[in-house]
Structure formats: structure tokens, C-alpha cells
Design a protein around this ligand. Sequence first.
Ligand code: THU
Length: 130
Amino acid sequence: MIKIDWDLLHKSAKTAMKSAYVPYSKFPVGVAALVDDGRIITGCNVENASYGLSLCAECGLVSNLALSGGGRLIAIVCVDAQGEFLSPCGRCRQLLFEHGGNDLVHMTPEGAKDMAHLLPWAFGPDNLDK
Ligand code: THU
């Protein structure tokens, strides 16, 4: 069982948040995740003048996951400008489920919660096999 260093993930998410490009919302988000091979990957939100095209921090994270070698997401911390734990939006929960499944754990103000709690009865790759 891989050890989750929540402090390191929190610190990494706060660092990533500082790179956010948020001229429109002024709401920077940073995210950091532990991958099953032990590496830590990060992401930040990147907005666009065509507002609906803005990329959430989790989009950057999953792109970095693929680019840096793939693997399964084990644990994740998402933060706002104050470094407070942030709830991933619905679309991002689906993105994260694809790469972490029900066992992926998120840090919340109430402690670590798994994906089965945050996105119950999720649609995912297994459904396409049926
Ligand atoms: N945002 C994220 O990056 N991730 C989330 O899970 C929630 C929302 C971003 C999108 C937008 O750039 C800003 O937060 C305000 O909605």
C-alpha cells in the first residue's frame, strides 16, 4: 500500500495554484495528485476570453498524468486561493473517476473521502465493456 503524504500534496496544490491563469474569474485553483508509481502531478486552471472554454485545474492534471507516463490516481488535493480544500466540479469528478475509479481519495474539510462518496454510482469505462 502506497503511503499518502497529504502535507506534500497540499503544498504542491498550493504551489500549482500560483500558476493559474484566471483574468476573468480571479478564482485560482491548484490541484495535486499522487500516482500509483509514487510520482506527484499537478494542475492549475487556465481561463479563456471565450469563457466556456476555460480549463479547470483538474483538466490540466489529467493531461499531465498522460504526458508524464500515465498510471492510476491514488489521492488528490484541490485548493482555492486561500489554500482551503476545494470541491472538484461535477465534470472534473468524472474526469478524475476515469483515472482513479472508486478508490481515489480526496481531501475535504471533513477528512479524506473516496470517489464512491463524491461521485456515487459513476458511469465509467466498465460500463462500456457490458
Ligand atoms: N475550477 C476549477 O479549476 N476546478 C474545479 O473543480 C472548480 C472550478 C475553476 C474554473 C474557473 O476557472 C474558476 O474555477 C471559477 O469557476
